[in-house]
Write a protein of this length. Structure first.
Length: 306
């Protein structure tokens, strides 16, 4: 077990250091405010200001397993603009990644049924290695990459997106991610023909209102290619709301290499939101882990102008 823990720590450290991997949250489908996590065009989309805090503990049971803490605030500005501010800290083994991002969105109506928003995101990341890595058994003396990250390595990035709803119940969006880092990686590797669509996130869903049962059902689909990921990840989600959506439950399956199933429970009382999800993997890796946990606490403000 000790050898396996060391191997997992090494894999987490190597992937994060070489690929600058970013954490992937499950709680992006809790509403338009949470979709700001995967699409900058969703900032302030529904006219409600929201402050939310996220915590994700990945692969619990392993020493130095990844953990992510973050806060996200998004709000409408006037009738046409939206703004999102976020700060996230990702820790994996001896590596810490601090992310600061700013999302801008412009909203406009197309007829009576369509609402469309276009968005742009700027981001700064600083990755820093803990000095404890100098005494670790995995360090190779004279590794220039390690020396760079010990001093803190900063990088800027950007993304663009479009998001919209039809009659409020059908939603969809596409964001193009890692525009800066994708181009820098191409220059480093000597490539000149890589597509700007290399890293993306596509989301689509519809909410069904079953008034007789005081129930809502919201199936959704998310397809994304993340930075240095082995293949596209496909999430199939089903969220249910009970008692005027004061109680929330859901299931999410993530295919591909991840091959995980997540169970969601939550409550929404006035402007207070609390959600918890637990996900397990169907890979053999799960035999040595007790799963992953994610918690979101959010506060909504119906009158942001006040």
């Amino acid at each position: 077990m000790k050898k396996l823990t060391l191997l997992i720590s090494f894999l987490v450290f190597t992937l994060a250091l070489s690929a600058q991997y970013e954490a992937v949250f499950n709680h992006y489908n809790l509403g338009n405010g949470s979709r700001n996590l995967i699409n900058p065009a969703a900032a302030g989309f529904d006219g409600v200001a929201q402050l939310q805090f996220n915590l994700r503990a990945q692969w619990t049971g392993f020493e130095d397993a990844p953990k992510t803490y973050g806060a996200l605030f998004n709000t409408p500005i006037g009738k046409s603009f939206g703004l999102g501010l976020g700060v996230y800290s990702e820790q994996a083994a001896q590596l810490q990644n601090l992310r600061l991002f700013l999302n801008y969105a412009f909203r406009f109506n197309v007829g009576e049924d369509w609402k469309i928003s276009a968005g742009f995101s700027t981001e700064f990341q600083q990755m820093t290695l803990n000095n404890d890595v100098l005494t670790g058994p995995l360090l190779q003396a004279g590794d220039q990459l390690v020396d760079d990250f010990l001093a803190g390595k900063g990088v800027f990035d950007a993304s663009v997106g479009i998001y919209g709803t039809f009659r409020d119940n059908t939603f969809g969006g596409l964001s193009i991610n890692n525009l800066v880092r994708n181009r820098l990686d191409d220059i480093t590797m000597g490539e000149t023909s890589s597509s700007v669509l290399k890293f993306y996130t596509f989301a689509f869903g519809h909410k069904f209102d079953l008034y007789d049962l005081n129930l809502t059902l919201e199936p959704s689909l998310v397809i994304r290619q993340v930075l240095m990921g082995p293949e596209s990840m496909v999430d199939i989600n089903l969220k249910a709301g009970f008692l005027d959506e004061q109680l929330i439950a859901g299931l999410s399956y993530r295919g591909g290499v991840a091959n995980t199933l997540a169970i969601l429970l939550g409550t929404r009382l006035s402007g207070f939101h609390l959600y918890y999800s637990y996900d397990i993997s169907f890979n053999r890796f799960q035999d040595y882990s007790v799963g992953s946990h994610e918690v979101t606490v959010a506060f909504s403000f119906e009158n942001p102008d006040r």
